[in-house]
Design a protein around this ligand. Structure first.
Ligand code: FER
Length: 251
């Protein structure tokens, strides 16, 4: 494992690169955590291990205001995350060993994966949104996030539910994002993994994304929640099988 920072327009992003043993040139998957998340969460580690086990390198990166990266949590927005992710993609493309590039992300990182897929469709062999939180722009337009109701036409400067404090800019930005446009722009293969008992991001969003994408496959994890705490092994197996097939088909 190599630990380092990637520059994103002056913001330092904390990164870890895990390469399979004895790997020379080969594919790389970028892996991003969710809202309030970081790169050491159980489901992120499980995903990293599954992808490594299939012989694919993994670059975990923490976005603005999360983990050990620069920025305050309350000041993070999806535009900042998009800027960060574009920097990470550019960095990954500059690595000598990388052949094919993949992008995976959990929840808000899954939403980010869908946005970047649409923005950089030529850069990825596949994208892999995990429980993607792509309802965030919709609920921001409706005026209710994190269970906090607000007037979507008169956004307050601060949003808080007691535990979490966010700048109103978070929803100002989110309101402008139209995920369907980016879904339409990405014609390549998509693997979606989502627990069908997720009470944070409704499973129906995974089904809708599968329908809207040109070439998507949804693997439901029966009875599982947002972070796959009940059947982490099944999420692991789904990713390992997917990447095993990618490697085999490329030989
Ligand atoms: C919300 C529900 C879910 C929300 C964010 C999320 C900002 C994201 C969850 C995650 O990334 O795990 O209302 O509002």
């Amino acid at each position: 494992m190599k630990e380092f920072y990637i520059d994103s327009d002056g913001i330092k992003l904390h990164a870890k690169l895990d390469r399979p043993e004895g790997a020379d040139k080969g594919p790389l998957c970028i892996l991003i955590h969710g809202f309030t998340g970081h790169m050491e969460e159980d489901h992120i580690i499980a995903a990293q291990k599954a992808i490594n086990e299939a012989g694919v390198s993994v670059l975990r990166v923490e976005m603005y205001g999360h983990g050990k990266s620069d920025g305050e949590f309350k000041n993070h927005t999806l535009y900042k995350w998009v800027t960060n992710a574009l920097s990470v993609v550019k960095y990954a493309k500059s690595l000598d060993f990388v052949t094919d590039l993949y992008l995976a992300g959990h929840s808000q990182g899954g939403l980010l994966t869908m946005l970047i897929g649409g923005m950089c469709p030529d850069d990825f062999k596949s994208i892999i949104p995990l429980s993607p939180a792509w309802m965030i722009p919709e609920i921001s337009r409706e005026g209710n996030i994190l269970g906090i109701p607000f007037d979507p036409d008169h956004i307050p400067d601060v949003l808080t539910n007691g535990d979490i404090e966010l700048s109103g800019d978070y929803v100002r930005v989110a309101q402008t994002i139209h995920v369907e446009d980016e879904i339409a722009r990405y014609k390549g293969p998509v693997l979606i993994i989502h627990g069908d008992a997720d009470d944070v991001v409704p499973f129906s969003y995974a089904e809708k994304a599968e329908r809207l994408y040109n070439n998507a496959k949804l693997i439901p994890i029966k009875g599982d929640d947002h972070c796959f705490t009940k059947h982490l092994d099944q999420m692991y197996d789904a990713l390992k099988t997917f990447f095993d097939n990618e490697i085999t088909n490329n030989l």
